[in-house]
Design a protein around this ligand. Structure first.
Ligand code: ADP
Ligand code: MG
Length: 241
């Protein structure tokens, strides 16, 4: 059945992102705990219909490396997207992750990406906060760009740049799997180091990326890990771009 606003009991805020808020909710009819992302959106009736149609393929995404999808609905000028709740949260919250654990995580991320690519879906927003874990030991991807209309409606209200974008994407070049590999590499470096590679300890990339940072990503040699602290195989992995 369709999920409606009335069926959901909002329990607490899980986090805020670029334009949206994610709530832990209880879906009364099914008794399922869900993560519901609410985004303010300026979309016409026709655009809303288009977004709902495009989100429908999420029902066909069936992989243990992809977050489960329960449904979506519009209320006022907001869209709510209901997804599987992951009780371990996202990987931006764990600091430096030890290599043996990171290895398991990256295997999950790569399998998830491979699954999406096999369906001709580009993720478009790979970063540690879009990799979720649970206490069952699962690693799953969320927030991938299945709806072109949703992405279009979002960029009308929010800046379309983030700090994990590949140089060619920052420069407005062609987007492809290679751009996703860049974001995967940068995310891997961040999870290994416990900080965003281009920024000093303690600072997180904000949604409003300063011009200087973009310049640095485009012009400097990509960041690397030191042999002193990391294994050759992890270092080699992060250089495969
Ligand atoms: P961002 O990904 O940029 O952090 P989001 O709005 O996508 O912004 O998500 C905000 C936060 O909500 C995330 O950082 C994550 O910690 C949490 N979150 C999102 N989806 C889920 C989920 N399905 N289960 C548990 N926590 C989630
Ligand atoms: Mg997210």
């Amino acid at each position: 059945g369709q999920i409606t606003r009335q069926d959901l009991q909002y329990l607490e805020i899980l986090g805020h992102g670029n334009g949206g808020t994610v709530y832990r909710t209880f879906h009364q009819p099914s008794k399922v705990i869900m993560a519901v992302k609410v985004i303010a959106l300026d979309a016409t009736q026709e655009e809303q219909r288009q977004i709902m149609a495009e989100l429908d393929i999420l029902h066909k995404c069936d992989s243990s490396y992809i977050i489960g999808f329960y449904g979506a609905f519009f209320a006022e000028n907001r869209i709510s997207i209901c997804a599987e709740y992951m009780d371990g949260g996202s990987l931006d919250g764990y600091g430096a992750i030890p290599e043996p654990v990171l290895g398991r995580i990256i295997v999950g991320v790569v399998k998830g990406l491979n699954y999406l690519w096999s369906l001709k879906i580009m993720h478009r927003d790979i970063k540690p906060s879009n990799v979720l874990v649970n206490t069952q030991g699962c690693v799953k991807l969320c927030d991938f760009g299945v709806s072109v209309q949703l992405l279009t409606s979002l960029t009308k209200t929010f800046i379309g740049t983030n700090a994990y974008m590949a140089p060619e994407r920052i420069l407005g070049g062609e987007y492809g799997i290679h751009s996703e590999i860049w974001s995967l590499g940068l995310s891997t470096l961040e999870m290994a180091l416990g900080r965003f590679p281009y920024l000093p300890e303690g600072s997180k990339p904000s949604s409003l990326v300063p011009f200087e940072l973009l310049q640095c990503i485009v012009n400097e040699k990509p960041p690397t890990l030191s042999l002193e602290h990391f294994s050759p195989s992890l270092i080699e992995f992060t250089q495969q771009w």
